[in-house]
Design a protein around this ligand. Structure first.
Ligand code: IMP
Length: 430
């Protein structure tokens, strides 16, 4: 039995999509375990760029069965859009290939309206959410009044949706936001239910059976460790478990599945974040523009889901070490090394200074990071373009030195390095 878990080791947008795509070539199942269409996973195959928000990136490989796990919150409108895009690209999204857990929760227009209204109500203290209804859908789940995919199979589904909209309207009214008509939502979701029925399954049972019979299951995390509801920079986090243990609860797998799991953390060669919250190694002005890119290229640092410019900074080794511990990472995949080519000097945050002390571990997790001052180590950069390189030994000595330093700070090896957006632009470090 082989479980491989791929998670983001930073604030999301680490380039998980392309790393999942690389591993999915050898896998049987590709399974998302958390979040919803707040995620944006980009995979570039030749001239085609797939931007997937809900469906696991592995689906691009023909042998893969894609699973949307119970830990997810699913907006059917986005799901159908994505299914159409894949179908048009000749990729099958038949019920045999795309399986959705009966226990996943639905995102409705009422959740989206509440997400936006709550952000407005927070004013300057807003979280910078994606506005996709993620928080309100998980709130309903935790309050035990959520709508699950299984509800779509019930004869009174329309009534359940209607009650949900009426309930949400009460909160929208209090927030001074426009209310929704239950009728059109019932009608729309009735049609969604009809189309989704053949995809709804006990995916936990299917994954268990797959692992028992020696199949390879690739669990695909969305967002990143530092956005985890428990272990992230709370309250500037998303509402789900983004870390590797979340793959078990979010897919319905027991601890035995984890025993021999390959747990891979994806780390961008620098650090980025979208939305509000602490970011000790953030940089500004010319250097920020240099790392972010102008927005002309699809790989520049602008949100796949919202188009917002990402905040950028130097790689934070303290937070990376934390991510290794919280996830139980065994190896790293470093992405976007090519972007650093041409920078004369690179910086790595190796510790924090706080209250006159130098710390290499966080005293109370990453929530209150504002007061922490990064301690940097400077390393020489390299001028060579690395995008055509495929072997570790071909990388400039300064690039290898930078990657080795990251591995030493993390305490786990760097196994993969991506040097460009294309599928084959990967260097494997054996
Ligand atoms: P929410 O998940 O839409 O509630 O947003 C909460 C926080 O997580 C905000 O700061 C978002 O910018 C951030 N976030 C959510 N999804 C992603 C993602 O896929 N990549 C990066 N940041 C994300």
């Amino acid at each position: 039995m082989t479980l491989q878990v791929i998670v983001g080791a930073q604030w999301g947008d680490e380039g998980k999509g392309r790393i999942v795509d690389w591993f999915a070539a050898q896998a049987n199942f590709s399974a998302r375990f958390n979040g919803g269409d707040n995620a944006g996973h980009t995979v570039t195959v030749g001239k085609r760029i797939f931007k997937l928000h809900l469906i696991p990136s592995g689906i691009i490989h023909p042998q893969i069965v894609a699973i949307l796990g119970n830990g997810m919150v699913i907006n059917p409108a986005t799901l159908f859009e994505e299914m159409d895009i894949l179908r048009q690209a000749g990729i099958s999204v038949s019920p045999e290939r795309l399986r959705i857990s009966f226990a996943a929760h639905l995102i409705t227009p009422a959740h989206q309206a509440l997400d936006k209204a709550l952000e407005v109500a927070r004013g300057r203290g807003n979280l910078g959410t994606t506005g996709r209804g993620i928080g309100p859908a998980y709130t309903d789940k935790a309050s035990r009044r959520g709508l699950r995919l299984a509800d779509m199979l019930a004869v009174d589904f329309c009534e359940r949706i209607g009650n949900h909209v009426t309930e949400a309207n009460r909160s929208l009214r209090m927030l001074g936001a426009a209310e929704l008509e239950p009728g059109p939502v019932c009608e729309q979701f009735g049609e969604f239910a009809r189309r989704l029925k053949p995809h709804i399954a006990d995916t936990a049972l299917e994954l268990h059976a797959a692992l028992q019979t020696g199949k390879t299951v690739l669990a695909e995390g969305a967002q990143g460790t530092l956005l985890d509801i428990d272990f992230g920079t709370y309250p500037f986090v998303t509402s789900s478990s983004t870390t590797a243990p979340g793959a078990l609860t979010g897919l319905g797998l027991g601890l035995d599945a984890a025993r021999e799991a390959r747990v891979i953390g994806v780390v961008k060669a620098f650090q980025t974040r979208v939305g509000s919250g602490p970011f000790p190694t953030e940089v500004f002005e010319a250097l920020a523009l240099r790392l972010r890119g102008s927005g002309e290229n699809p790989w520049d640092e602008y949100g796949t889901t919202t188009g917002r410019a990402r905040r950028v900074g130097w790689l934070d080794g303290v937070l990376l070490k934390y991510a290794v511990r919280i996830n139980g990472l065994r190896e790293l995949a470093v992405t976007k090394l090519d972007i650093l080519s041409g920078l004369e000097n690179l910086r790595l945050c190796t510790a924090y200074r706080h209250d006159g002390k130098v710390l290499t571990d966080l005293p109370f997790g990453p929530a209150e990071l504002e007061a922490f001052e990064p301690v940097y180590e400077d390393l020489p950069g390299w001028s060579e373009d690395v995008s055509a390189l495929r072997e570790w030994g071909q990388l400039p000595a300064a690039a290898r030195n930078y990657l080795d330093r990251i591995a030493r700070l993390a305490g786990v090896p760097v196994r993969l390095v991506s040097v460009g957006p294309e599928r084959e632009q990967v260097v494997v470090h054996s």
